[in-house]
Design a protein around this ligand. Structure first.
Ligand SMILES: Nc1ncnc2c1ncn2[C@@H]1O[C@H](COP(=O)(O)OP(=O)(O)OP(=O)(O)O)[C@@H](O)[C@H]1O
Ligand SMILES: [Mg+2]
Length: 381
């Protein structure tokens, strides 16, 4: 990235006028030098890249709107050059004075580095007529799990749930190995193609992390999927916040309804305590020193009620859920731990992605108003 500063490149001759009698030369573009944002000095922009190389959004035929989130509107569109169906996510520039919003810059820089079957593919970034219309071109996925769960007549079978969550875990393992925390895992950010391939999407809140972890804002992750350490104000975040969310998603797929649908932060903590029991220093060293631990009075609840919520689930299934719901983030399952769980090796075995059923394309049929309404229910409080 660089700050623009037009001017002659070092050593370049100032635009010399053609001599008498010579053919009029093509007006030459002045060499453009940009100041480096990282480190000192300048670098020269090659003449061919001078006007940028982004394709125009006009080369895409918008078919219908499929989603509108916090950071942008998403359309299903046809690439008129390749005839491929893609998703176009418009970058929201509503209140931006300083150019592109940081969430979109993060999403673009991270997605460009990532390549994995279970991560949404960013194909290109294209531009519209105005400086502020920028679109992300992504591989199109026919479903998102939130709309799918809302519209399904019969819940997913356990074999299908295993197939979905295994793919989420593989995507997470890849992200975490690459030092990326997604920070907003939820069913509406999980997409599925008609070939049964599940992809993690929406990297607007994702961050890279280092060691030791640096403080980050705790107001991440949609409430229902937010880990207890975030609710209690811990500011150093690790990959384990994604693992908590993965546990909530697994439970939601199994039960066909959200596991912990809190309406406020305190209600969210209370729902967690009702389900898993009250945390203490023994099971979670450092718990009592968390910024909000003394601010909330947690109800006294000595039992773990997961087994009552999922009476039909096998021992291995319950073990996996409990591992994902460890209060102490250091003890919580990693994506690798989960992938090795015996739950995925016992019957019913995970179904193959190609054998997943296909579902009606509700998002294309629905009027935009209805789609927005159902999304709003799951939006951040
Ligand atoms: N590649 C894609 N293929 C198909 N649908 C997509 C794709 N990307 C996004 N969508 C749809 O658009 C919706 C919003 O996209 P996304 O989550 O990336 O945007 P957002 O503005 O960050 O949303 P939110 O704040 O609601 O999480 C998704 O829930 C999904 O329904
Ligand atoms: Mg989203």
């Amino acid at each position: 990235m660089a700050a623009a500063e037009a001017g002659p490149a070092p050593g370049s001759a100032p635009g010399s006028a053609p001599g008498p009698g010579s053919a009029p030369a093509e007006p030459e573009l002045e060499p453009l030098r940009l100041r480096r944002l990282r480190g000192d000095g300048f670098f020269e922009v090659p003449a061919a890249d001078r006007l940028g190389r982004c394709r125009s959004v006009k080369e895409f035929e918008k078919l219908n709107r499929i989603g509108e989130g916090t950071y942008g509107i998403v359309y299903r569109a046809r690439d008129t050059l390749t005839d491929e169906t893609v998703a176009l996510k418009k970058v929201r520039m509503d209140n931006e004075k300083d150019g592109m919003p940081i969430s979109s810059l993060r999403e673009i820089t991270l997605l460009l580095q990532l390549q994995h079957p279970n991560i949404v593919e960013l194909k290109d970034v294209v531009v519209g007529n105005h400086l502020e219309s920028i679109f992300l071109v992504m591989g199109y996925c026919e479903q998102d799990l939130a709309s799918l769960l809302e519209n399904m007549q019969t819940p997913f079978s356990e074999a299908q749930v295993k197939c979905i969550i295994l793919q989420v875990l593989k995507g997470l393992q890849y992200l975490h190995e690459n030092y990326i925390i997604h920070r907003d895992l939820k069913v509406s950010n999980l997409l599925m193609t008609d070939k049964g391939c599940v992809k993690i999407a929406d990297f607007g809140l994702a961050r890279t992390y280092g060691m030791p972890p640096k403080p980050m804002t705790p107001k991440v992750v949609t409430l229902w999927y937010r880990a207890p350490e975030l609710l209690l104000g811990m500011t150093t975040q690790t990959t384990s916040i994604d693992m908590w969310a993965a546990g909530c998603i697994l439970a939601e797929l199994l039960a066909h309804k959200p596991l912990l649908p809190g309406t406020s932060e305190i209600h969210q903590i209370d729902l967690i305590v009702q389900l898993l029991g009250t945390p203490n220093e023994n099971i979670w060293p450092g718990f009592s020193k968390l910024p909000l631990a003394t601010q909330y009075t947690l109800r006294k609840q000595p039992y773990n009620n997961l087994k009552h919520r999922f009476p039909w689930l096998s021992e291995a299934g319950l073990r996996l859920l409990n591992f994902l719901f460890m209060y102490d983030p250091k003890k919580r399952a990693t994506a690798k731990d989960c992938l090795e769980s015996s739950y995925f090796k016992e019957k019913p075995l995970p179904c193959e992605p190609e054998l997943m059923p296909t579902f009606p394309h509700h998002r294309n049929k629905r009027a935009a108003g209805t789609a927005l309404e159902s999304q709003a229910k799951r939006s951040k409080p």
